[in-house]
Design a protein around this ligand. Structure first.
Ligand SMILES: Cc1cc2nc3c(=O)[nH]c(=O)nc-3n(C[C@H](O)[C@H](O)[C@H](O)COP(=O)(O)O)c2cc1C
Length: 354
């Protein structure tokens, strides 16, 4: 063995042993990331920037108000509770009405009409004079009646409703359609040299917006590129497209917004919510005749900086993934990508005593 190899082995062995030691102790783990690794630095800064922007967003001036969305969601959950409590949300109803009133004229109409409809329902069903805090909030809500401009139809419809069960809809007979959609979809990496109509992209994003998200916040946005030179610039950044980046007609960069949360405990939710939406986007495009390939965005500081400045991202905005899409080149191949079998993927009641 050459001296160089001996040295390399020794260094590798020290690293492995140190990592084993650091992973066994909270203090050593902290020291490791404080002195020896900057891997989480950007994430920490983004989470902190997210807290600060959450406070600013709370007092609105953006098209969407995450504190309002969360509280309206909580009210809806209270309204559908069985049995429904005579008084609920008294600890946050004033705050919710204040945020709603402040956001009028700033937040998008869908959001404010949803909020207004749910608040109207809330004050309608809650007993009068049962709780001082509710009455104070009710007063603020009614005082601002004139400033609200929501269409009566929205007020009637944007509140909890009886779920339209499967049996009554055509979906019950369409399981095979979904099976075909899911099994036909493969990651497509070769596309026809043909632009994707924006109406098709918009339709897919509207459908993707129907995905579930924590407290219905939807803390993400789609940055779509269909200009060939911009697509080329953005596609040159991630590592996973080497060899086919020149061939991508359109690209969506999915961005998570940490300003949606006041607490670091929720920092992972941007990735979960954005991914649920991304999968819906991918299926929508597939059903519209388009192929897709999700592209990994690793947390590499130099790449992050480049992407941040190219896309003018805010300090709390994180790239979750990229999605390449276009009309599939029918002469090209896709990997078979065999999936794991059921017995590997699932277990029922693990750990239960039988
Ligand atoms: C989070 C994620 C990151 C991915 N990154 C890449 C990538 O960088 N480059 C690529 O060509 N494919 C990428 N893919 C596609 C996967 O390779 C592909 O989904 C997987 O091999 C299964 O194949 P299928 O999508 O055809 O079922 C990624 C997929 C996911 C979900």
């Amino acid at each position: 063995m050459t001296p160089r190899n001996i040295k390399r082995r020794a260094v590798s062995s020290i690293k492995t042993n140190w990592v084993a030691l650091a992973s066994s102790s909270e203090l050593l783990g902290k020291l490791h990331y404080f002195f020896l690794s900057s891997a989480f630095d950007r994430e920490v800064r983004s989470v902190l920037a997210g807290h600060q922007l959450h406070q600013i967003n709370r007092n609105n001036f953006e098209k969407s108000n995450y504190a309002l969305r969360r509280n309206i969601h909580r009210l809806e959950k209270g309204l559908i509770m069985r049995p429904r409590r005579a008084v609920f949300a008294s600890d946050y109803i004033q705050e919710t009405v204040n945020v709603f009133v402040d956001a009028l004229g700033h937040t998008n109409e869908e959001e404010s009409s949803w909020a207004e409809s749910v608040l109207t329902e809330y004050f309608d069903v809650l007993e009068q004079d049962a709780d001082d805090r509710v009455e104070s909030a009710r007063k603020t809500f009614h005082e601002n009646q004139d400033r609200r401009a929501t269409h009566a139809e929205y007020i009637r419809t944007r509140k909890p409703y009886q779920y339209r069960s499967h049996e009554e809809s055509w979906l019950i007979s369409s399981h095979e359609f979904f099976f075909d959609l899911a099994t036909q979809r493969r990651s497509v990496r070769w596309f026809e040299d043909q632009p994707v109509p924006r109406s098709t992209i918009d339709k897919a994003i509207e459908i993707a917006a129907s995905a579930p998200s924590a407290c219905n916040r939807q803390p993400y946005k789609y940055l779509v590129f269909d200009d060939p030179s911009l697509v080329g610039e953005i596609a040159s950044l991630p590592m996973g497209v080497k060899g086919y980046e020149h061939n991508i007609p359109a690209l969506a960069v999915l961005i998570g917004k940490l300003r949606a949360y006041p607490f670091p405990r929720d920092r992972h939710v941007i990735y979960i919510d954005a991914s649920l939406s991304a999968m819906t986007f991918v299926y929508s495009l597939e059903s519209l005749g388009l192929g897709t390939c999700i592209i990994n965005w690793p947390d590499i500081p130099e790449l992050e900086s480049k992407m941040e400045s190219k896309l003018s991202l805010g300090p709390d905005e994180r790239v979750v993934m990229l999605i390449a899409f276009g009309f599939p080149d029918k002469s090209a191949y896709v990997p078979s990508s065999v999936k794991q079998p059921l017995e590997v993927l699932r277990s029922y009641n693990p750990g239960a005593r039988i």
